[in-house]
Design a protein around this ligand. Structure first.
Ligand SMILES: [Zn+2]
Length: 215
């Protein structure tokens, strides 16, 4: 049985952090479209030069480009061990296309969708404390007691920066886009969806996700 765990939630709901934790604990391949896009930009590819200007504006990468990135990613990965996806698919169109990789009704695939639910006012407070490692893309919340004032990545020593797209206006814009797409996605995945309160502390969210995987 190949596990396909999809973590969905508004930007800032903590799905990136949870995807990293769960991928390590469960030895799952992590799919992060945000990382794929940032890597394109960092590597100065043609695609990266097109996508770069979108970062920091709150504008989303179009579905076709996103699906192209995901397909390329999967060509290079062995999916047998299972995957955990951070924020992809993002809308019904992407979900239906992704269904070609992980069909909902396949006997050898187990799809679990975790929706990390959070209100926009809680998101704004959280996002200004988020930092990302420029080397390994690990995400930290510098208001957590154990990472307060952290300047370097505890994994690789890389510099931690505030992402360009982590500001209030952009958070609100991305959240409203997300709100417009989530219900159709939830309907598509139906009984495969579990909702978890994303305002719980990080360890508690991890525990609830693991509990769901053991069911
Ligand atoms: Zn790092």
């Amino acid at each position: 049985m190949t596990l396909c765990l999809l973590l969905i939630g508004a930007p800032g709901s903590g799905k990136g952090t949870q995807a990293s934790i769960i991928s390590k604990k469960k030895k799952l391949v992590k799919l992060s479209t945000g990382d794929l896009i940032r890597d394109e930009v960092k590597n100065g590819t043609e695609l990266g030069s097109r996508l770069g200007p979108l970062i920091g504006t709150g504008n989303l990468v179009d579905d076709e480009t996103m699906l192209g990135l995901v397909k390329t990613f999967f060509k290079g990965e062995d999916m047998e061990s299972g995957i955990v996806s951070d924020g992809f698919p993002r809308n019904l169109n992407q979900a239906m296309d992704f269904n070609q990789f992980f069909p909902l009704n396949a006997k050898t695939i187990e799809i679990k969708v975790i929706y990390l639910k959070i209100r926009v006012q809680d998101l704004v407070g959280r996002i200004v404390n988020r930092r990302i490692c420029i080397e390994c893309n690990e995400i930290f919340n510098v208001s957590d007691s154990y990472t307060i004032g952290l300047k370097e990545c505890v994994q690789c020593g890389g510099e931690l920066i505030l992402r360009d797209d982590d500001n209030e206006a952009i958070v609100r814009k991305r959240h409203s886009i997300f709100e417009g797409t989530i219900n159709r996605m939830l309907a598509f995945y139906g009984d495969n969806v579990t909702i978890i309160d994303a305002t719980l502390n990080r360890n508690e969210v991890t525990r609830l996700i693991l509990e769901e995987l053991d069911k």
